[in-house]
Ligand binder design. Structure first.
Ligand SMILES: [Zn+2]
Length: 376
């Protein structure tokens, strides 16, 4: 950090001197309309005073984009001088709060404050009616800041890597949202009002401790990407089949998937199992009740039918757990677990690795279908 400061600060100062050098040059009017000010990675703890005041060739009021990222700001005093800012980037500093004076920046549309130490937003940001995109990922936020609910044009909201353990019902009022990132928090549940975010195309709820997701998720008709990996989900709501635009669904590292994928080790069946299967299938034709001990009969009665309708087989303990991807609406696939009598018993329908045959005519009609289901 220090080296970059030493190397880069003189360059900035030289730049200013150059501007001052040409202060009297009539043929250099464009510098008075300088609109971007980039002061990143300079080890700064304050905005240098010279940038806070107007000169002949510079005015903070003309700045539309201000980049202060990767510095050492603990606070952000003087920011109200940039009253016409549209983009403010204060990412990767040490800010514990944003100042109340930030409320003066009523034209702001993009705020990047990721990777700081923020625990909220000042109330004065309720005046940010033009804001479209806020990135607050990698901070220390425990609750959604109230100011966010007064931003009617907010389309993109990043709150990943914070300490949020609850979402308010009011989340459903952010009806302009298209991208909502809440990965890496402490959420156990999501309120049903999330189904009101009807413009949402991307929703990330990965890396939380979710045990359920609400069935209203099925109302997000424009959703294209749904990230649910690294949670505690045991089931998905059936309404998920209504997400007709869904192209990517990530589910890895949920109990739901563990049950499907990781427990599919096949133990060789015992001789008792194998013998029992043969006897059980033919039992109705044999006068067994008279000659078999009671406990053997009970065992034979406990047989389960193979789920493959084309197979008449049975199993006792040694079943094959088989993931089958089932078409919903001919458009995307949802994993279901089947119990078969042996690894060779084919259920007659496509399994995981398929891009093939069955119901092709339907598939052709309903292209495109879901492109990626990430299970492991
Ligand atoms: Zn079978």
């Amino acid at each position: 950090m220090d080296t970059s400061r030493v190397e880069k600060l003189p360059q900035i100062e030289e730049g200013i001197e150059e501007i001052e050098d040409v202060e009297d040059a009539e043929e250099f009017p464009s510098s008075s309309t300088m609109t971007d000010l980039v002061l990143c990675d300079l080890g700064l703890a304050d905005i240098p005073l010279r940038y806070l005041h107007s000169t002949t060739f510079y005015s903070p009021e003309n700045i539309r984009e201000l980049v202060l990222s990767h510095n050492a700001f603990f606070e952000l005093s003087g920011i109200s001088a940039f009253v016409n800012l549209i983009t403010l980037n204060v990412a990767s500093n040490s800010l514990t709060s944003l100042p109340d004076e930030i409320g003066c920046l009523s034209k702001l549309r993009y705020l990047d404050a990721r990777n700081n130490l923020l625990d909220g937003l000042p109330k004065t940001m309720c005046s940010f009616t033009e804001v479209e995109n806020i990135n607050l990922s990698g901070n220390r936020i425990e609750q959604l800041p109230n100011a966010i609910f007064n931003m009617p044009k907010l389309r993109v909201l990043h709150l990943g890597g914070n300490l949020i353990d609850q979402l308010p019902y009011a989340i459903g009022s952010l009806t302009s949202l298209e991208i909502l990132y809440l990965g890496g928090n402490r959420l156990q549940e999501v309120p049903a009002t999330i189904g009101c975010l009807e413009r949402l195309t991307s929703l990330a709820l990965c890396d939380n401790i979710l045990e359920t997701i609400p069935h209203t998720l099925g109302e997000l008709k424009h959703l294209e990407s749904l990230s649910l990996h690294n949670n505690n989900l045991k089931t998905l709501p059936t309404e998920i089949i209504n997400l007709r635009n869904l192209q990517q669904l990530s589910l890895r590292n949920n109990p739901l998937v563990h049950h499907f994928v990781h427990n599919m080790e096949l133990e060789p069946p015992t001789l008792k199992e194998l013998a029992g299967r043969v006897v059980r299938v033919r039992m109705s034709k044999l006068p067994l009740k008279d000659i078999m001990p009671r406990e053997v009969l009970d065992y034979l009665q406990s047989a389960c039918q193979c789920v493959n309708p084309k197979c008449k087989g049975v199993y006792f303990d040694a079943r094959v757990e088989h993931v089958k991807f089932v078409d919903f609406c001919g458009k995307y696939r949802v994993p279901l677990l089947q119990f078969l009598c042996s690894p060779k018993c084919k259920a007659g329908t496509p399994t995981i690795a398929i891009e093939t045959s069955s119901s092709e005519s339907e598939d052709d009609v309903f292209q495109p279908r879901m492109r990626r289901v990430l299970l492991g």
